[in-house]
Write a protein that binds this ligand. Structure first.
Ligand code: NDP
Ligand code: DXP
Ligand code: MN
Length: 385
């Protein structure tokens, strides 16, 4: 029996992970669940999975739950509660599926408590990749990727020598605005952006897919997960999202992982690795596919990808700044405060103003994140005028 804690159990990844766990109840049991404020869904999850600990980060929501709840699960609140859920002694593996920078501290705490990590929260490695990977090494814990592209690379690497990778090729759907010019994206609405062509995901990552910032975050995530230089990580637009990513080896051979766009598979693989479990997930029928197509990313009309590469290559606190400014801008867009094209302005402005700190520790990363959020908010306020 593997004992799993899910941080972000009420989200797109969290709920799909729970279906995987429910379907494999002979192998997995839930020790802890954490969410931000969705008390109704968390209550249903507690009822079904009976974790030892459940957390609502929002203290008011947690207070309401504590008052109403009469079962055996210990209900906790706030960041302290989240850290307790991340480090609970009975847990073997922590699935990190909170959204944004909020995923970093509980992940660090979980690693220090010697928990293996199934990592969906890519922002953790973007903000603090070097620190998190070296902590994982120090505490001898594994970090298994959940993100579909990184799971694909991880699967292609099975039994291979990492030193023999020539390049990683991350596939990108291109998002809902693939093929459009900046001019044609000037007036797009939140609703337009939330129509991802292939995946049903949380709002923040869906906007990131539309700007291509998601692929930028994934390039940085891949650098830290697989230890490959930025010059050897490429992005290829593949609108069908059937090939989830590829590796070219030094002999010229390219390995790819294919499958229907369904996150339950990479979630399950991250939990079951090195084993594979049978599943009822929809199967890919190659004979029914019209075509698999590939193109270079359009970095003129979608500059976020280039900005992410430059943040990654600059290193130090710069990727953390890219991430924080992006988070602020995306939520400002979702709240109707700025336009879609303003997102990139906020990121660029914040990065330009930043004085990079090399080899930051967690405290410096935390401070850099707060600094970037402050500056990005000023930029948002300016754009609102
Ligand atoms: N969805 C997908 O298919 C994929 C997602 N990922 C990554 O996985 C992570 C989760 O994404 P996804 O499941 O789509 O996101 P969702 O928005 O669907 O879920 C987010 C989860 O985080 C909680 N949450 C919301 N706001 C905060 C906050 N401010 N602080 C802490 N927790 C918060 C939510 O709780 P509540 O419900 O209570 O608000 C919810 O449990 C992201 O890092 C994303 O990039 C990676 C690959 C694919
Ligand atoms: C499912 C998943 O892993 C997402 O990160 C997905 O890759 C987003 O699609 P884009 O390729 O459009 O960014
Ligand atoms: Mn992805």
């Amino acid at each position: 029996m593997k004992h799993i804690a899910i941080l972000g159990s009420t989200g797109s990844i969290g709920t799909q992970a729970l279906t995987v766990i429910a379907a494999n109840a002979d192998r997995y049991t839930i020790t802890a669940l954490a969410a931000y404020q969705n008390e109704k869904l968390l209550a249903e999850q507690i009822e079904y999975f009976k974790p030892k600990i459940a957390v609502l980060i929002d203290k008011l929501a947690a207070d309401r739950m504590v008052t109403a709840y009469q079962g055996k699960t210990k209900i906790l609140a706030g960041e302290e509660g989240l850290l307790e859920a991340a480090t609970f002694y009975q847990t073997d593996t922590v699935l990190t599926s909170l959204v944004g920078f909020a995923g970093l501290k509980p992940t660090v705490a979980a690693i220090k408590a010697k928990k293996n990590i199934a990592l969906a929260n890519k922002e953790t490695l973007v903000a603090a990749g070097e620190l998190v990977m070296s902590l994982a090494k120090e505490y001898n814990v594994s970090i298994s990727p959940v993100d579909s592209e990184h799971s694909a690379v991880f699967q292609c690497l099975n039994g291979e020598n990492k030193q023999q990778i020539k390049r990683i090729i991350l596939t990108a759907s291109g998002g809902p605005f693939r093929g459009r010019t900046i001019e044609e994206m000037r007036n797009v609405t939140v609703e337009d952006c939330l129509k991802h062509p292939n995946w049903s995901m949380g709002r923040k990552i869906t906007i990131d897919s539309a700007t291509l910032a998601n692929k930028g975050l994934e390039v940085i995530e891949a650098k830290w997960l697989f230890g490959v230089d930025y010059d050897n990580i490429e992005v290829c637009v593949h609108p069908q999202s059937i090939i989830h990513s590829m590796i070219e080896f030094i002999d010229g051979s390219i390995m790819a992982q294919l499958g229907m766009p369904d996150m339950r598979l990479p979630i399950q693989y991250a939990l079951s690795y090195p084993e594979r479990l049978s599943s009822e997930f929809p199967r890919l029928d190659l004979t029914k596919l019209a075509a698999l197509t590939f193109a270079e990313p359009d970095t003129v009309n979608f500059p976020a990808l280039k900005l992410a590469y430059s943040a990654g290559k600059a290193g130090g606190t710069m990727p953390c700044i890219f991430n924080a400014a992006n988070e602020v801008a995306v939520y400002a867009f979702l709240n109707g405060e700025i336009s879609f094209l303003d997102i990139i302005q906020v990121i660029r402005y914040t990065m330009e103003k930043h004085t990079l700190i090399a080899n930051p520790d967690l405290e410096q990363i935390d401070a850099a994140d707060a600094w970037a959020r402050h500056l990005a908010l000023l930029a948002v306020n300016d754009l609102k005028k």
